[in-house]
Ligand binder design. Structure first.
Ligand code: ADP
Length: 629
């Protein structure tokens, strides 16, 4: 019953500890998580705001320095990040490479149609359609060249003549002529396609001029931020030709390079085309805050903005977002992304439809650190709680054991008081009734009564002294004394009860021992307790030895019996107050568990120690060691 109650108590105790602990830990984790989430969000927002600010600043500076909406022949934009600059036209987007707006194309067209030169070329065209001989055609083109007032015109005449030679199967001559065109100004175009690109297209098929063609095409493309659609197509064509005819790894690489550039130009044109279509949707957005708002657009992420009020002819700047970001080199900002990208942080009102993808590495590292601090703190809390629980549990267990022992003590003492009291009463009553006339028997009865009374006094004395000692009230009167005196007195006191129960006590006192500093009564009581125990726990054995010896500056009293003995695991506990060995045979022997506790107290007060040697069934030997004077 008691065990079950204890288990329930223990369970309640642990639950009382565990529940708040779990709640505390849960709350801690929640709070830190929330906090961390918030902090991360805040940090990301801040990083995005900073990026947006710097981006806008860079874009404004680009817009204010790129004042030209169209390029003069040979001119490039000041910033390599600019994809192109168009302008607003009837709420639509005008693109700079559209034939009627391409300055370079327009200039060539103008030169070629100047009256003198145009007439000369026209004459050649007519000769050609009239199936004139090659030599007369040659003469015709020479006349046209002579009429040329501008290098572009001469180049154009040569270009036409080279084509005619090629058509007529004069490959060698054609090749020479096309080669001479590879070095002309890339701004000289035929309907927007640079003449040198067209010459390179022809030469890309030949063995000898392939490399020169590749170099010229490459230079022509690199010279312009954008190419008209036709020119991009030709460039692509040249790249394919070169790739097909490539003999070495170098040639292949050069062809691939050109192909990539041509493809990039084509992609720009395509995306610009899409932008043109979507422009009516984008323009109102830009107009709401002209010059301060840039919309993200397309797969290559262009940033599109206008200057002025976005009205007719206002420039439309189209800038490669990624390039701007790279130039700014903002730490932590990895790349720009469109609104549909699952990653990234929105850049805000001024940059609608745009996000920046942030490097979360450092955040992650900070988070890891936070996490380990949290776990360490939690571990500490748990360790402290566990330690507290252990301490509480230890006290609780000690308390429980003590209360158990106390209960046992009360029953043991009552039991022990009862036996002598019953005997005394029985013999006293017999005598009182005068039933016993025989003087010998009377003397025996009286002897028993005296004996039992002495036992009672000893018992009560023991309890009283123990409680005194427990409360620290017992005082010892230490005097130099011979231990033999106390030992003899104890032996004498036990003589009668021992002989009564048929014990043989062998006493062996060594002579000439040094004195000890002791309280005679206390030492006698300690020996008495040992002798009384030897008697109680002897079982069927009837021999008890009491020895006094001196060794190593100590005087040792040893009481040996041959009784039931003590299990090794009990030997350290028998000196605790109220403790009694739990073996069944021990339970039959009366006792309160105080005798040895008292012995230990007395010996300790004398600066000595008590030892026990014992084996179950073999008997026990208790020795008291007192320091000699
Ligand atoms: P009590 O004898 O009243 O039980 P003690 O403090 O004298 O109390 O002894 C404590 C326990 O030690 C005893 O219950 C017993 O189990 C054990 N004990 C003491 N002396 C001996 C002995 N001589 N032989 C066997 N066991 C002993």
């Amino acid at each position: 019953m008691g065990g079950r109650r204890h288990r329930v108590q223990l369970f309640l105790f642990l639950a009382a500890l565990a529940v708040p602990c779990v709640v505390l830990i849960g709350l801690g984790v929640r709070i830190v998580k929330d906090n961390r989430g918030l902090r991360t969000l805040e940090r990301r927002r801040h990083a995005a705001e900073q990026t947006a600010g710097k981006l806008l600043e860079a874009l404004e500076s680009i817009a204010s320095t790129e004042i030209r909406t169209d390029l003069e022949p040979g001119q490039r934009y000041r910033h390599s990040e600019v994809a192109f600059i168009g302008w607003v036209e009837e709420d639509g987007l005008a693109l700079p490479w559209e034939p009627e707006r391409d300055r370079a194309a327009g200039e060539s067209r103008r030169l070629f149609s100047l009256p003198g030169f145009a007439a000369a070329i026209h004459a050649c065209d007519q000769a050609k359609s009239g199936h004139a001989s090659l030599s007369s055609l040659n003469a015709c083109y020479e006349r046209a060249s002579a009429a040329a007032e501008h290098p572009a015109q001469a180049a154009y005449a040569r270009w036409l003549w080279a084509n005619d030679l090629s058509e007529a199967g004069r490959t060698r001559q054609a090749e020479d002529l096309f080669s001479s065109l590879l070095g002309v100004d890339p701004e000289i175009t035929d309907e927007g396609v640079p003449l040198r690109l067209l010459a390179a297209q022809w030469l890309a098929r030949t063995e000898t001029q392939r490399r020169a063609a590749a170099a010229s095409a490459e230079a022509a493309i690199a010279a312009r931020p954008w190419l008209p659609l036709m020119a991009a197509y030709v460039a692509n064509n040249i790249a394919e030709q070169l790739a097909r005819g490539a003999k070495t790894a170098d040639e292949t690489a050069a062809a691939q390079n050109l192909g990539k550039r041509a493809a990039a130009h084509s992609r720009l044109l395509l995306q610009a085309d899409e932008l043109q279509n979507d422009f009516p949707r984008i323009l109102p957005l830009l107009r709401s805050r002209p010059g301060h708002r840039w919309a993200g657009y397309g797969e290559d992420l262009w940033l599109v903005g206008t200057a002025g009020n976005g009205g007719p002819a206002a420039p439309v700047f189209v800038v490669r977002g990624q390039d701007v970001l790279q130039k700014l080199a903002i730490p932590g900002a990895l790349r720009l992304a469109g609104a549909e990208d699952p990653q990234g942080e929105r850049l805000g009102e001024s940059l609608p439809g745009l996000k920046v993808v942030l490097a979360d590495d450092r955040l992650e590292a900070a988070r890891d650190f936070q996490r380990s601090v949290l776990y360490f703190a939690l571990l500490l809390v748990m360790a402290a709680t566990a330690f507290g629980a252990y301490l509480l549990w230890r006290d609780l267990r000690r308390e429980m054991r003590l209360s158990e022992l106390r209960a046992q003590f009360v029953s043991s003492v009552s039991h022990e008081l009862k036996t002598p009291l019953t005997a005394i009463r029985m013999f006293a009553e017999t005598l009182q009734m005068g039933r016993c006339a025989d003087p010998d028997t009377q003397a025996e009865y009286l002897g028993t009564i005296v004996n039992e009374s002495e036992r009672l006094s000893r018992l009560v004395d023991g309890v009283l002294q123990f409680s005194k000692a427990e409360q620290g009230k017992r005082t010892y009167r230490f005097r130099p004394m011979q231990a033999a005196d106390a030992v003899t007195a104890a032996a004498r006191a036990m003589e009668y009860p021992l002989s009564q129960h048929g014990f043989r006590l062998r006493i062996d006192l060594q002579d000439g021992l040094p004195p000890i500093s002791g309280d005679r009564d206390a030492v006698e009581q300690a020996v008495l307790n040992l002798l009384s125990n030897a008697m109680k726990y002897s079982g069927d054995a009837r021999d008890v030895e009491l020895a006094l010896a001196g060794e190593n500056g100590e005087v040792t009293v040893r009481v040996t019996d041959h009784g039931i003995g003590i299990a090794p695991e009990e030997q350290s506990r028998i000196f605790e107050k109220f403790y009694r060995a739990p073996s069944p045979e021990n339970q039959l022997i009366p006792g309160a568990g105080l005798g040895l506790a008292l012995v230990a107290q007395i010996v300790k007060a004398h600066g000595g120690r008590v030892e026990v040697e014992s084996a179950p069934g073999k008997g026990s030997a208790f020795s008291l060691h007192f320091p000699a004077l």
